[in-house]
Design a protein around this ligand. Structure first.
Ligand code: PEP
Ligand code: MN
Length: 461
């Protein structure tokens, strides 16, 4: 049951609500990658509870992010989106959350300083609990079980009971998302993100990093600039001690997303209030599929992953469906082609979108097209390929007269060894030392910072 709200009047001149759309109209379409819950009564009870629980974000914040994405579309800001491939309930603890925040803050400082423009910070967190999988089952030692689909749905342990989809996990995931948000908001409100105090974000091993010197130069440069401006104006520089942080996740598990889709008193239309910035993954981006149907009705800014098989005419139709009124800040296209394919696959898409004069924010995800397995069967990504895709992305945009306005990364603030290469030149043999991801391999702290520095260098060329 949706509690009645006083829906705001649509302002004069505002675009119309999408036709024939409701938060549940996706149910008439094919919904890929959904679990089949064995107990439908328990599912309904969980969804009823979720519908009554408070939202995780507000429409005010969502519309503020939308304006910032509109700025990034015009080249006035750069989007930094990053976090775990899959959050886990077990990792909802202070150390992991604050380390991830520290890395993102450090990267954003490097980017602000080097790009000379604001950075829009969006975490892949506080709800990144549902994963699309390429196979429905997994076999180990002759035993076959349903695949792990993220902590929202089932548990990673390779045991029959753990892999049964449990709808109560959505309620637990909502609570964990709220705890994550609460901690991040409190840290930021308390001054943790204050640019006057970049030492708050030091991670234990930063002093030993080959990148430490370059990072320190950036931090000193920013400190000098702040002191200079404060001397000039005679007061503190405002808005420097408070940065905005937004959340995002793949809007994959549609019953959950629907339960958090609400109307609010002050803003017209429907908002997904579980996150600021939901995105559609490549596996669920079919034009006539349930995910596209669900997303087209939201007022949130939305993202769509674009892979190497997407054709230009298909992409234009997708843009028509998701952004029919050509609204600033509405649509972000996140391309993830792979280092070997980007030079062939990306330019025709960029040209088609540019030819039609469609305004989108182009973002590069250099992770998901570059996943491979080592001889011992571990999933990894080679830093050289990640770097190469990112560099080629900048070149392709420049050649097409479009603009790369952001980056989407899987990273962690922990000292993991999941991707090879980088400043410490991790090898396949190093991976076993600290491989912790349940799903995709993430950049560690140093590798993440190296990417930020690389973006700056590429931009300055
Ligand atoms: C992801 O972002 O974790 C993911 C599954 O990406 P994609 O949809 O691009 O494969
Ligand atoms: Mn992933």
């Amino acid at each position: 049951m949706i509690l009645p709200t006083q829906q705001a009047e649509r302002p004069v001149g505002a675009v119309a609500l999408p036709e024939n759309w409701m938060p549940d109209s996706w149910r008439g379409r094919e919904a890929l990658q959904q679990p089949s819950y064995p107990d439908l009564t328990a599912l309904q009870a969980a969804l009823d509870e979720l519908q009554r629980l408070p939202p995780l974000v507000t429409s005010w914040e969502i519309l503020a992010l939308r304006r910032q994405i509109a700025d990034a579309q015009e080249g006035r800001a750069f989007l930094l989106q990053g976090g775990d491939c899959a959050e886990s309930f077990a990792d909802c603890e202070s150390g992991t959350i604050s380390s991830r925040l520290k890395v993102l803050l450090q990267m954003s400082v490097v980017l602000v300083h080097g790009l000379r423009r604001p950075v829009v910070r969006v975490g892949r967190f506080a709800g990144q609990y549902a994963k699309p999988r390429s196979a429905d089952t997994e076999t180990r030692d002759g035993v076959t079980l349903p695949t792990y689909r993220g902590d929202f749905i089932n548990a990673p342990e390779f045991e029959a009971a753990a892999r049964i989809p449990d709808p109560r996990r959505m309620v637990r995931g909502h609570a964990r998302s709220a705890m994550t948000m609460n901690f991040i908001r409190a840290l930021i409100d308390g001054g943790f993100a204050d640019l006057h105090h970049p030492e708050y974000w030091d991670l234990g091993w930063v002093g030993h990093s080959p990148l430490a010197e370059e990072y320190q130069r950036v931090v000193t440069g920013i400190g000098d600039a702040l002191r200079f401006m404060e001397t000039l104006s005679g007061t503190d520089v405002h808005n420097i001690d408070r940065v905005d942080f937004y959340t995002s996740h793949e809007a994959l598990l549609l019953p959950y997303e629907e339960a958090l889709t609400r109307q609010v008193p002050r803003h017209w239309g429907w908002f997904n209030l579980s996150t600021h910035f939901p995105w559609i993954g490549v596996r669920t981006a079919a034009l006539d599929g349930a995910h596209v149907e669900y997303m087209r009705g939201l007022r949130n800014p939305i993202g769509v992953k674009v892979g190497p098989t997407t054709k230009p005419d298909e992409l234009l139709r997708l843009i028509d469906i998701l952004d029919p009124n050509q609204e600033p800040g509405r649509l972000t296209l996140i391309h993830r082609m792979g280092a070997a394919q980007i030079a062939d696959r990306l330019p025709p898409l960029l040209q088609a979108v540019a030819r039609e004069g469609r305004r989108v924010l182009w973002v590069c995800d250099p992770m998901h097209g570059n996943t491979e397995s080592t001889a011992s069967g571990l999933k990894t990504r080679r830093f050289g390929n990640i770097r190469s895709e990112l560099e080629q992305a900048f070149d392709a945009h420049q050649a097409a007269g479009t603009r790369l306005g952001g980056v989407h990364l899987e990273l962690t603030g922990d000292d993991v060894t999941e991707c090879t290469g980088g400043a410490r030149d991790l090898t396949d043999a190093d991976l076993a030392r600290a491989y912790r991801s349940q799903v995709d391999p993430r950049l560690n702290y140093e590798q993440s910072l190296e990417i930020a520095m690389l973006i700056v260098r590429k931009h300055q060329q």
